[in-house]
Design a protein around this ligand. Structure first.
Ligand SMILES: Cc1cc2nc3c(=O)[nH]c(=O)nc-3n(C[C@H](O)[C@H](O)[C@H](O)COP(=O)(O)O)c2cc1C
Length: 200
């Protein structure tokens, strides 16, 4: 069994990093011998989408020039990490009602037409099937269905859609909300308890 852990917060003292760390700690205890791959997007050089990158991703691998091979190398690595994982844990801070730029840049590298998504007569078909995904978010405020702010949550709906587009449809979200409010500690403790249950 292989688990891929992805962190995307810019902060060292990040709450979402604490959540993913707790998941891994509990997971390792209950799944001895399973392999954990760690991908920290804050220290991964994530290229911008350029004309050259788009052209390289649309070229038959055997026809790539050495320069194009280099351009797609990081995308290939990130896609391979996803393809080889059975379980994927993503730490996602809410930035400006959505996701961090590093997580968006990662998405731009792994949504690969012809690789993670294949278009056929029925339209697009995600190729990353049969995997479990846990998205552990941290947010300054609260965006639950009972709140007035639910309509400003562009984080969970976007991530559900784009992960599903690649075939990742078994996705569980745990939110540590109110992290910039007085009750931050209580919300964090509830999220940690849920994570311990799920990871076990
Ligand atoms: C650039 C930036 C934008 C943010 N935007 C939001 C936001 O739109 N809504 C919100 O509830 N919190 C927002 N926050 C607060 C973070 O979601 C919160 O501090 C969270 O804990 C960040 O995750 P981290 O601790 O893993 O870095 C923002 C924080 C930063 C740094």
């Amino acid at each position: 069994m292989k688990l891929l852990k992805i962190d995307s917060s810019a902060r060292g003292s990040s709450i979402s990093r604490k959540l993913t760390a707790q998941f891994i700690e509990t997971w390792a205890k209950h799944h001895p011998g399973s392999e954990v791959i760690e991908r920290d997007l804050a220290v991964t050089e994530l290229p911008l989408i350029t004309d050259e990158l788009v052209a390289a991703t649309r070229t038959e691998p055997s026809q790539l020039t050495p320069a194009q091979r280099q351009i797609v190398a990081i995308s290939d690595t990130l896609v391979q990490e996803l393809e080889s994982a059975d379980v994927i844990v993503i730490g996602a801070p809410m930035y400006n009602f959505s996701i961090s730029w590093t997580l968006k840049a990662w998405i731009d590298q792994v949504v690969r037409v012809g690789r993670t998504v294949i278009y056929g007569a029925q339209g697009p078909k995600g190729q990353l099937v049969g995997k479990k995904v846990f998205v552990l978010t941290s947010r300054g405020g609260a965006y639950g269905p009972e709140t007035h702010y639910v309509k400003f949550d562009f984080q969970e709906p976007y991530l559900r859609h784009i992960l599903g587009f690649m075939g990742l449809t078994d996705v569980t979200f745990i939110h540590a909300e109110n992290q910039l409010r007085e009750n931050a500690g209580t919300s964090f403790a509830v999220a940690i308890k849920e994570i311990e249950k799920l990871a076990a």
